[in-house]
Design a protein around this ligand. Structure first.
Ligand SMILES: [Zn+2]
Length: 251
């Protein structure tokens, strides 16, 4: 069975959330999922879903593109819930110019994660160097982190490896244009990568352009099996063990 380490079931673009929850509950190939919040509202919704569905875990946080007037005290309290396994997705996104404000939110949430002994899930859009600089100069995640949808760069990978940080692969690894991601996948040690769908976004080949769902994790795993030259069982074992090693509150 597989774990989808990053998805958004209560995303604003899905208008039939219940249908997608049922599909996961009924899918015997899926062990569990981490449903990621983007702000306080979607984080609270994620916790509500995790509370009533055993396969669901929550990561809660304020995404850099959703930072306006979000109350981080409230986030701190929510994060104590037993099914909250991480803080995220948090980070930096250079498609918006409010980078100073984004840095403040990011740093405060790293501190919250450290105080609560939780790992973080990082969203970094063309910002890996700045994220790494924040870690080096101010505060780094003391209970681990994963760069979700890692944007391929071998130098960044070297630093992450030296810190024992994880990267995760999503649908993009299946695209024809993914040459650099494939190179990174080849280089990353087997004990430092996760898989995710980031559903409902970025559907993998051969379903590119459709609404993505957790069942599609198999296409991402199949691509990685080819790159890493392992069979399906081995790929499941590697990614499940890695996910549970990072997100210690998962059962
Ligand atoms: Zn996401």
């Amino acid at each position: 069975m597989a774990i989808d380490s990053h998805m958004h079931i209560n995303s604003m673009v899905l208008n039939d959330e219940k249908k997608y929850i049922d599909l996961i509950n009924q899918n015997s190939d899926i062990e569990s999922v981490i449903n990621v919040g983007l702000n306080l509202k979607t984080s609270q919704e994620s916790i509500d879903i995790s509370q009533s569905h055993s396969k669901f875990y929550s990561s809660i946080g304020v995404h850099p593109l959703y930072i306006d007037s979000q109350n981080l005290e409230e986030l701190y309290e929510l994060a104590r819930h037993p099914k909250v396994v991480a803080i995220g997705e948090i980070g930096l996104d250079n498609t918006n110019s409010n980078l100073e404000e984004q840095r403040k939110y990011f740093l405060k949430q790293i501190i919250i994660a450290n105080e609560l002994h939780l790992p973080i899930i990082i969203h970094s859009n063309n910002s890996n160097k700045v994220v790494i600089d924040i870690f080096k100069r101010y505060e780094h995640p003391q209970y681990g982190c994963v760069f979700h949808c890692f944007q391929p760069d071998l130098e960044d990978l070297k630093y992450l490896e030296s810190m024992g940080y994880y990267i995760s692969f999503a649908g993009r690894i299946t695209y024809k244009t993914a040459k650099k991601s494939i190179e990174v996948a080849r280089m990353v040690p087997n004990e430092l990568f996760l898989v995710e769908t980031d559903s409902p976004y970025i559907a993998p080949e051969p379903l590119r352009g459709t609404i993505n769902e957790t069942a599609n994790i198999k296409y991402i795993m199949e691509k990685l099996m080819e790159i890493k030259d392992v069979d399906y069982q081995e790929m499941e074992k590697i990614t499940t063990e890695n996910t549970k090693r990072l997100f210690k509150k998962m059962l």
